[in-house]
Design a protein around this ligand. Structure first.
Ligand code: UDP
Ligand code: MG
Length: 320
């Protein structure tokens, strides 16, 4: 075993999950210890305010000899997608995997992914959640609706319920790192880069400690990033809607003219007018909002701000 070549990098994005990490990492150490290649575990501290640094110091003492541990601390919370990107950028392994730090992604599934990768000539093995019973009905329905919307918009397909838990070869990681966008919807980016992929089903475990960091608002924001980065459908809807409404208005106009000319009816004045004006004003505002959503994203992109800022890096390989 060449110690300088890292066989497997495991990336864990962490935001205020120190308690979960101190439970999960010893399990992960047992796993890496059994591997016949060098491993590295990269913890991306996404601006946590809990005791992650001291947890890291404790964990470092328990490291198996074939495993390195690195803690990359952001200057503030930049979000999970940024943390994953940082992890990918930091990783050196020939194979790279990303797991949630809360223990919801079982190590047994990672073992399975490695086995599938070894016996098939593929670049990606992705885990797909078979059931999301642990999520509320509303969240599940909204997520289904989102995946449905994202279908057949593209030449590439977003596989529903395939998330960040996946094993990739170095060239896939390199491809992902080539995508410069600030608005990172990782699930879309995985689909975009392509490469031969095998999907394996898995059942997420329940969160051991702490709470999910994603609420309705942050999921909605992520969905918006996904839609605006990967679909121009809403923009097309706007022009179609404009066309339909104009047509209807034209037909109604002709009808009024005919009604007045042939039947000599009085014009029943302002209620129709008021309703019409309010209706079209509402529609226009909605359309402006949709366009604004896209412009906002463009604004974010053109500023070219870095995706994240690293405050400190602690590495078990460094001499004290
Ligand atoms: N996470 C992160 N930054 C954030 C939010 C979450 O790095 O801003 C991490 C979190 O610590 C966990 C993983 O992303 O390791 C998944 O988060 P969580 O369990 O809250 O999400 P869920 O499993 O409910 O989708
Ligand atoms: Mg979780």
């Amino acid at each position: 075993m060449d110690k300088n070549i890292i066989g497997l990098s495991i990336i864990l994005p962490i935001y205020n999950d120190a308690a979960a990490v101190s439970r999960f990492l010893p399990e992960l150490f047992t796993f890496t210890n059994q591997q016949d290649k060098s491993c590295e575990i990269i913890l991306i501290d996404d601006g946590s305010t809990d005791h992650l640094t001291s947890t890291y110091e404790q964990l470092r003492q328990q490291l198996p000899t074939n495993t390195a541990l690195r803690l990359v601390q952001f200057s503030r919370n930049f979000g999970k997608e940024a943390a994953l990107t940082a992890g990918l950028a930091q990783s050196q392994g020939e194979l790279v995997t990303m797991m949630d730090a809360d223990g919801q992604h079982p190590i047994s599934v990672l073992e399975q992914m490695l086995a599938v990768m070894h016996s098939n000539n593929v670049d990606v093995v992705a885990a797909v959640q078979t059931s999301r019973e642990h999520e509320s009905l509303l969240i599940r329905t909204l997520k289904n609706g989102f995946y449905h919307f994202m279908q057949d918009t593209h030449r590439f397909e977003l596989t529903p319920n395939a998330g960040d838990f996946r094993l990739m070869t170095r060239r896939v990681v390199q491809a992902l790192l080539q995508l410069p966008e600030r608005q990172r919807f990782m699930k879309g980016l995985y689909a975009w880069v392509g490469f031969a992929t095998i999907y394996i089903p898995f059942q997420a475990s329940l969160r051991q400690t702490g709470k999910s960091k994603f609420n309705y608002l942050s999921l909605f924001e992520l969905a918006l990033i996904g839609i605006t980065s990967f679909s121009q459908r809403p923009l097309r809807w706007i022009s179609r809607m404009g066309l339909i409404i104009s047509l209807l208005a034209l037909i109604y106009g002709l009808y009024i003219v005919a009604d007045t000319l042939f039947f000599g009816k009085d014009l029943a004045g302002w209620p129709t007018l008021a309703a019409g004006i309010m209706f079209s004003a509402g529609i226009q505002l909605i359309c402006l909002g949709v366009i604004g959503e896209y412009i906002g994203r463009i604004y974010e992109e053109v500023k070219q701000r870095p995706l994240y800022l690293v405050d400190k890096v602690l590495d078990s390989r460094d001499k004290k």
